[in-house]
Design a binder for this molecule. Sequence first.
Ligand SMILES: *Cc1c(COP(=O)(O)O)cnc(C)c1O
Length: 390
Amino acid sequence: MVEIKKNSATFLAHAGRDPQNQYGFVNVPVVHGSTVIFPDLETFDNKAQKYSYAREGNPTSDALQDVITQMEGGAVTRITPSGLQAACLALMSVASSGKTVLLADCVYEPTRHFANRVLKCMGVTPVYFDPRIGAGISALIDETVCAIYLETPGSVTFELQDLPAIADARGGRDIPILIDNSWASPIFHQPLSLGADIVVHTGSKYFGGHSDLVIGTLTANEKWADSIVSTHHLFGSASSPDDMFLTLRGLKTLRMRMERHSSSALQLAEWLVGQDGVKEVIHPALPSHPDHALFQKYFTGSGSTFAFELEPASRLAVGRMLDMMEIFSIGVSFGGFESLILSPRPGNVRTAVPYGREGNLIRVHVGSEDVADLREDLAEGLKRYNRARN
Ligand SMILES: *Cc1c(COP(=O)(O)O)cnc(C)c1O
């Protein structure tokens, strides 16, 4: 028996399909449909049929859920129309009125807005903590805390959170840990095995992999499986079968794409260190990163995105750099084949830890282009920045 790892290229080439049940065709079909027909009253009354209505699932969603569940080592997965909704439903699954949710200060900004607007309306208090708090989170944990939400690393500033230490700090309390695993993907990071309970992903990024769809996933361990299933059901969350099919297609090449993203991004990060105008390169796989030890311990590879801080200059200088890039395009996403660049200003939203950087921050997503071309594009961009700042 060949032992196949659940995040291996071999697994991904074969998972989520059953040719013998599909007239021999290799891929799972795209099931377009709402209504499901029952043969007789007895089948209907006894719920004796696998599918009853498309919102609750169909063969396409089942296939996708199965692959994600296995890759994350979870008990159940649900598909959502966006990654943001996966994050929101994860929070809705565990939040209760009068309680507190602890969130890492670096969480994806729209997740933060959801917590600040919707959770607050429900009487749930969001409390933001230093992403590098580690075991120190125990000082924030009391009987009011109903969940801890992490994103490691933060998608703009790349702070890692010490997931096992945070899991231990719960001291046996029934507090689920929710985590956005979008950066590393299950190829390089398995949070459920490190103490997390619910994992969320934007499938719009690496899973789809081609910048042509918006989708999300949430996966829970056995203990929290019913919570996410019932919340997903209560909200009537349903996703497009075409997008689910494209996501399944994307997953076939997830490992090879991740390996390419990871290696190209790291090569560029290493090259950027010490370049004129670059103050600091912020990439967890660089030994200079403050959380590098955690990265080495808990990740087997890195994502396609990283950041670097430029020497201080006006936004005009940043515009000179970004507006004339030839290969990198300005865009907020990541995970596609095309490289992206942006200059975020995270200082505007953080509350737990002052952001503190004075230089302009640049975040890149390194796509599948040739590294030498990307390097040249960045080198020319830096020259424009330096000319404009001097
Ligand atoms: C993009 C993103 C999301 C949201 O995903 P959508 O599919 O765009 O809704 C959530 N978390 C992280 C880290 C992201 O980068």
